[in-house]
Design a protein around this ligand. Structure first.
Ligand code: NAP
Ligand code: HSE
Length: 436
């Protein structure tokens, strides 16, 4: 269907990202029109509170709190959803598709939980749903997985895909900044989710990993398949010890496919300082993909913020609009081959990795031998030990151990046994160690 009129855009949400999208559309209308072959016009924006003062003033389009005003408007061709949250965003997206609108969304929660169904629905209805902004902010990563890497058998995906936590960890590592202060700065910069629990507990990264793994491994992966741990247990001293040992600490999202099956997980990890991932700082994200043909490719760029995210959204909008103007567009591939049953993901228990343990122990003879004995009973051997006097008055010392590769289930049993040793006052942190 070719159009010889303006392409209408309905914005669902006018917060950090919605404002970035609107500002860009208003700032470069002729550039976008030239690339599309028709002008883009914002018909209106859905917000919770139309009376609230807005960063964009005066607004050249109306605000509404009634979704039907945009979802059913005959002059809206593309619905851009930048509200966030599962509900009512999911219902609005379905409504838009059923009303024949093309949809562009930045919503990782909805796409991770319902993406497979929404994409199938869009396909059935002959409309497009695009979601480049849902992972990695301004980094093109969904498009390459849906298109450019399709000839590969992907074996692993390791990523830093939460800008808020990467910003927090960078400031804690480089400046010794307190966690709460770093989080507040990330919120002020517009990186954090409306509820930052999703960022700091690894939930946002698990949503994004579910989306990436679904595309990379051609099977539906849901957030329930992705065990996640956040960054709230990390302390400044973990960064100091990690540095001493030659590592940075990053919140990693990892998905691996090998002979034993497919696995996915999100947790903080010690990452060797010489690797690219260790050097990804601030609100930057990176996605490292290993394919049988391409080898390792790494996508790197700003993973959060109004403008990088607007770049991804508007890239999708331009592509949909070009198709509306009669420029040929390849159909997006389905999330998995419909006839193929979904793959069951392996749990964490049989993961084999190295570990970093930080413990407060009684400052007395024979402590290390008792700890080594417990680890030995679980066939876990020590790779290095650092011991410092932490609190002479309390007669406790801090001990930091790294291990050789060990099975997760054995490490969990060892931790339980260690916690019962009278000489172990507290197990302060356990962090997995990633290989190069
Ligand atoms: P935000 O600043 O909190 O903005 C949300 C907007 O949606 C606000 O304008 C709000 O209205 C509106 N809204 C929320 N719930 C609504 C409801 N039930 N009915 C009507 N309007 C509603 O959020 P954001 O940071 O822009 O994020 C938006 C989406 O982009 C989320 O899915 C997020 O995960 C994703 N994303 C964000 C970033 C980033 O860097 N921030 C990057 C990539 C993707 P009011 O203004 O009246 O409150
Ligand atoms: N809160 C998210 C982050 C926004 O910090 O990465 C980008 O998806």
């Amino acid at each position: 269907m070719a159009v010889d009129r303006a392409i209408g855009v309905g914005l669902l949400g006018l917060g950090v990202v919605g404002t970035g999208v609107a500002q860009t559309l208003l700032r470069k209308p002729s550039v976008l029109a030239e690339r599309i072959g028709a002008p883009l016009v914002i018909r209106g924006a859905l917000v919770r509170d139309p009376a609230k003062a807005r960063a964009l003033s005066p607004l050249p389009f109306p605000l509404t709190s009634d979704p039907a005003r945009l979802l059913e408007a005959s002059d809206v061709d593309i619905v851009v959803e930048v509200m966030g949250g599962e509900h009512p965003a999911l219902e609005y997206l379905e409504h838009a598709l059923r009303a024949g609108k093309h949809v562009v969304t930045a919503n990782k929660e909805v796409m991770a939980k319902h993406g497979h169904r929404l994409r199938a629905l869009a396909q059935q209805l002959g409309v497009q749903i695009r979601f480049e902004a849902s992972v990695g902010g301004g980094i093109p990563i969904i498009g390459p997985l849906q298109r450019d890497l399709l000839a590969n058998d992907i074996t692993s995906l390791r990523a830093i895909i939460n800008g808020t936590t990467n910003y927090i960890l960078t400031r804690m590592a480089n400046e010794g900044l307190d966690f709460a202060v770093a989080l507040r700065h990330a919120q002020e910069l517009g990186y954090a989710e409306p509820d930052p629990t999703n960022d700091v507990e690894g939930i946002d990264a698990a949503y994004k990993l579910a989306i990436l793994a679904s595309l990379a491994f051609h099977t539906p992966v849901t957030p329930a398949d992705v065990p996640h741990e956040g960054v709230t247990r990390l302390r400044t001293k973990d960064f100091q010890y990690a540095k001493e040992l030659g590592y940075a600490i990053k919140l990693l999202a990892i998905s691996v496919k090998d002979d034993a099956g497919l696995s996915a997980r999100v947790h903080p990890a010690l990452v060797p300082q010489e690797t690219l991932l260790a050097k990804v700082d601030g609100a930057y994200n990176a996605v490292e993909i290993k394919g049988d043909l391409t080898g390792t490719v790494t996508f790197h760029g700003l993973g959060a913020g109004a403008q990088p995210t607007a770049s991804a959204i508007l890239g999708d909008v331009v592509n949909v609009a070009r198709a509306l103007c009669g420029h040929a567009q390849p159909a997006a591939p389905p999330l998995s081959t419909p006839s193929k049953p979904a793959v069951r993901l392996r749990g964490l228990a049989d993961l084999v990795t190295r570990y970093y343990l930080r413990m407060s122990v009684g400052d007395q003879a024979g402590v290390l031998a008792q700890i080594a004995n417990v680890l030995g009973q679980q066939q876990i051997s020590l790779a290095s030990v650092i011991q410092k006097d932490a609190d002479p008055a309390a007669k406790t010392a801090e001990i930091v151990i790294t291990t050789h590769p060990a099975q997760e289930a054995r490490m969990q049993r060892a931790l339980e046994m260690l916690s019962k040793l009278p000489v172990v006052k507290e197990i302060n942190n356990v962090i997995r160690v990633e290989p190069v």
